[in-house]
Design a protein around this ligand. Structure first.
Ligand code: GTP
Ligand code: MG
Length: 606
């Protein structure tokens, strides 16, 4: 609840034990944000255990996680000044928990970076500074803490200030302020200290109020990663609500929306709300739900955009600035998952362009990213996803890398790159965007036909055998009241494919096999859109052919069923959905295939 009312989120970072929790405890105490009696209770507990009182214990007491003595998760504290409400994210300094800072910091607008005056600048003081700059957090106040330990010596403060300013300059960060403080004694936190008459700048509290709060980016292009599509089925309510959190821009009733990576388009029919009057518009910072004019099939992971605004990139290859925190190095062999918005795709490092050590800013010569390295790399994902470039839209350019269920790195995308499928994807994007939707939705059509559309691809064996099974299947299905169509390859070759160069021997040998496959996919897509079970045969089915077909029919929600007739396949590693023994009568084989379709839920009762 509170989190929604905050005016500003701030992350506090720094090397382990430099005093983040202590300063936070102080801030809570000095702004009167602690529950009644909490301070006394913790003091009393310390006295009973003969432990010196620590302000950091206040946080622990609030969270009851004192056990380890170090903060083990990103903690959240709320407090308010007269000016506004704050959420402070305590990102632990311990190296093991650096990754928490990454997810915590990505939502913050400003940062407090704590440096121990006695210990001076440490590795993590620099790394955290670098990560803040990488994540685009440009408002940074440096708190030189534990000034009491260095007798409030101005020279110690100035030396750290000079040294750290130089470091920040190198990474393009201009600090908002350097403040000498003692979290333990309270100097410089809420009030200036008599012990440091030489310092006349602002206190930590004043500095917090001086940070500029950036309003949610309502005037930028609309971006809403899809959380999911929720169907209401009760009481004749057949609304399907597309839901998510709006990261930027705004959306209104009647707006034309395009979803990426699919490129599907429709219009906002209604905006929805759990209770109360449905709104006419929703904007950045809000969770939103809306229904569409057409019932298009959408999945979590798509990004909703507006047709009249700049498009996001859709790609499978991109250049990014990344940091790696995983125990094992990130090599080109490793596959991990990339999460951006609500999209999750398998990803792989493709090329290392540059690696630097974030604590020294030294260039390193290697072709992998080791723990704590920061670099410029090319990544490749298994499937295309939608994103923006860091310079244009920070919110939708960030991603994290997940290795073995843990966040092991992250970064921002700098450039979208082409891959082998770009040609196909671009064609499909345009086709989906321009698609004319029928008045009958795919679901309605499926209900009327008592079946889902599906593509059945039969390969293997000789041409005659394939064709007779395919035709037998068509007949078998039609005679059982199903809607099926056998699409003979020859029917395509000299019609739809008439302009394509066919070379080599055999009717189906193509110079441009990919284009042939794309067209076959388009025709299949039409048949599926008509609600039919389309049956095609193919000679040698390569994995990349099936990939093209599957992409072409993707909007229909079905992925196609591959069936190998006999033993031999030219693609030994391809996993077929079904394998049929040769030698039986085509009718018998067709029956087995039909049974398989039934098992896959293609038909419904009756
Ligand atoms: P982690 O969460 O473990 O990374 O540490 P932290 O940065 O939150 O540090 P914490 O606030 O727990 O402080 C670490 C130690 O430094 C504690 O023993 C504090 O009492 C001590 N400390 C913090 N601030 C001051 C200060 O201003 N002066 C002195 N003398 N000690 C301090
Ligand atoms: Mg702490």
């Amino acid at each position: 609840m509170m989190a929604q009312q905050r005016d500003m989120s701030i992350v506090i970072v720094g090397h382990v034990d430099h005093g983040k929790s202590t300063i936070l405890g102080r801030l809570l105490a000095d702004t009167g944000s602690l529950p009644e009696g909490k301070l006394d209770q913790v003091r009393e507990r310390c006295r009973r255990n003969s432990k010196p009182f620590e302000y950091a214990f206040l946080l622990d007491a609030l969270k009851e996680e004192q056990a380890q003595g170090i903060t083990i998760d990103v903690a959240r504290c709320f407090f308010a000044t007269e000016k506004r409400k704050y959420l402070i994210i305590d990102a632990p300094g311990h190296i093991e928990f650096l990754k928490n800072m990454v997810t915590g910091a990505s939502r913050a607008e400003a940062a407090l970076l704590v440096i121990d005056a006695a210990e001076g600048i440490q590795e993590n003081s620099r790394r955290h500074g670098y990560l803040l700059s990488l994540l685009g957090i440009t408002q940074v106040a440096v708190l030189v803490n534990k000034m009491d330990l260095v007798q409030y010596d101005q020279e110690v403060f100035q030396k750290i200030r000079r040294e750290y300013t130089r470091f920040l300059e190198q990474i393009g960060v201009t600090p908002s302020a350097f403040i000498p403080v003692s979290g333990m004694e309270g100097d410089g936190v809420a009030v200036l200290s008599e012990a440091m008459p030489w310092y006349t700048g602002s206190t930590v509290l004043e500095q917090l109020d001086a940070f500029v709060s950036e309003p949610a980016p309502k005037n930028r292009p609309f971006r809403m990663p899809l959380q999911g599509v929720y169907k209401f089925t009760r009481g004749g309510d057949d609304r399907r609500i597309v839901a998510g959190s709006i990261l930027s821009g705004k959306i209104s009733l009647g707006d034309e929306v395009v979803f990426y990576p699919s490129g599907k388009k429709s219009r906002v029919k209604s905006l929805e709300r759990f209770s109360g009057e449905p709104p006419l518009a929703a904007a950045a910072g809000e969770a939103a739900g809306f229904t569409l004019e057409e019932q298009i099939f959408l999945r979590r992971g798509e990004v909703a955009t507006l047709a009249r605004e700049p498009k996001p990139s859709v790609a499978r290859r991109f250049r990014a600035s990344v940091f790696w925190l995983g125990r094992d190095p990130l090599t080109r062999k490793k596959t991990c998952f990339l999460k951006a918005g609500t999209a999750k795709v398998e990803a792989r490092l493709a090329e290392v362009l540059q690696v630097i050590d974030a604590s020294t800013l030294e260039q390193q010569n290697k072709n992998c990213l080791e723990r704590h390295d920061v670099g410029e790399c090319v990544f490749e994902t298994q499937a295309p996803f939608a994103f923006d470039l860091a310079e244009e839209m920070a919110e939708t350019s960030r991603f994290v890398l997940v290795d073995a269920f843990e966040i092991a790195g992250g970064g921002i995308i700098r450039e979208a790159l082409e891959d082998a499928d770009t040609w196909l994807r671009n064609k499909l994007l345009v086709r989906n965007r321009k698609w004319e939707h029928s008045l009958v939705s795919p679901e309605e059509r499926a209900d009327l036909y008592n079946q889902h559309p599906e593509l059945v691809i039969i390969t293997g064996a000789t041409g005659e055998e394939r064709k007779s099974v395919a035709k037998a299947l068509e007949k078998h299905l039609l005679h059982r009241g199903k809607k099926a169509y056998f699409l003979g390859m020859g029917n395509l070759l000299y019609g739809v494919d008439a302009d394509l160069k066919k070379e080599g021997n055999g009717a189906a040998a193509f110079q441009d096999r990919k284009e042939h496959m794309r067209r076959l996919g388009e025709v299949a897509h039409l048949l599926l859109d008509a609600g039919l079970i389309a049956i095609v045969t193919a000679r040698d089915l390569e994995e990349q052919d099936v990939a093209i077909l599957r992409k072409a029919i993707a909007p229909s929600e079905r992925s196609g069923i591959t069936c190998l007739l006999g033993e031999t396949s030219s693609s030994p590693n391809f996993r077929f959905d079904l394998r049929l023994e040769r030698g039986e009568q085509p009718e018998e084989l067709a029956k087995s295939l039909a049974r398989h379709l039934g098992e896959r839920g293609v038909f419904f009762a009756p």
